[in-house]
Design a protein around this ligand. Sequence first.
Ligand SMILES: Nc1ncnc2c1ncn2[C@@H]1O[C@H](COP(=O)(O)OP(=O)(O)OP(=O)(O)O)[C@@H](O)[C@H]1O
Length: 401
Amino acid sequence: MTTPLLETKNVTYAYPNGPAALAGVSIKIAAGSKTALVGPNGAGKSTLLLMLNGMIRPDSGEVRFGGRPIAYDNQSLRELRRRVGFVFQNPDVQIIAPTVEADVAFGPVNLGLSPDAVRRAVRDALGYVGLQGYEKRPPHHISGGEKKRVAIAGILAMEPAVLVFDEPTNTLDPASSEEVMELLDELASSGRTVLVSTHDVELAYRWADSVILMAHGRVLARGPPEEVFSDHALLATARLKPPALLDLYNELGLRRIIDRDVPPKSVLEFTDRIERVLHGHVPARNGTGTIYLCNADRTGGDEVRALLERGEVDHVGAMGTRAKEFANRERIILDYTYGVIDKCILKALIGENSLIITTGGMVEHVHRRIGEYGAESGRKLIVTPVQETLTPVPDRERIPE
Ligand SMILES: Nc1ncnc2c1ncn2[C@@H]1O[C@H](COP(=O)(O)OP(=O)(O)OP(=O)(O)O)[C@@H](O)[C@H]1O
């Protein structure tokens, strides 16, 4: 690894009158990485994260940002906290102002930005988390998932290089959890470094590119999720279970039903592997389902409803916060809000049709991802822009030819 963006060197910490919360922890976080800090209750995850932006000072050892030890004077801490944004587990701790707008403005105002720059920062951050229109609402009158997004917007408005999330999905329902994880994916793909703590191994396995496993104030293991989560004994020490997909894959490997090489990260990858074992290849099928693609920036609700009313669409998914807002506004019920492309490919492979609603640059991404899947698996998948379903003779686009 080149110089890590964030690093701790043998840090220790005990709360006043408490046992050691951290007993010598060294971690390295690479710029642009998606890291999950995984461990049971009381492992020391929150304590370690609080150290990364100077909210807790180690009893011994050192925290480094950008290769330099962090300093604890007020000026240095203010600068560090602008660069390393921290989203608390409980948004009520973080949200302090009487309106959503004032809350998100708090950081930029403190940074001394001009009123115009503050307005822009608030607008952009609320847009990013899909909360335009919430500006004047009192934060205690919105849902838990929305509060989480307000807290994230408040941090984003300061444009940090690193985003640290303590248990981002704790207390959220499954759909809200998925939306927050998708937001974290968007943040990471825009070049930010994202670090989350969690005891949800399923989430860490599919999301992270690097995992740090902690228990009893120590690091037990670190590395790619498929390696760390394949060690059952270590996971048991940390009172955790392996992710279901990886567990099944490893068991099939041990029984020599499949060759173990690169573990699958998704149901789609796994089912393709099984098909290859059964047939020697992923069989081409006639009659794959169609994936309709709606660019919500260019399509009206009436047009989408017209397609849905024809009864040809079996499943609907939305990718990105603006697309979800569009679906919400148009009262379109969503079956998928996370991992949408893979889920729609899986349905297409069993002959069912689906609709993906998305916006802006994500439209190209959907085409690319489905095209790549088609090229790798040798299957022809049909992607039909919703606009084309409105013309009398649909001009279908085949990917790949
Ligand atoms: N404010 C505090 N005062 C005293 N002890 C604390 C305090 N916060 C945490 N601890 C103790 O420090 C240890 C590590 O706690 P920490 O919250 O960092 O763990 P965690 O891995 O984040 O757990 P969880 O998943 O439950 O949030 C635990 O033994 C806990 O009891």
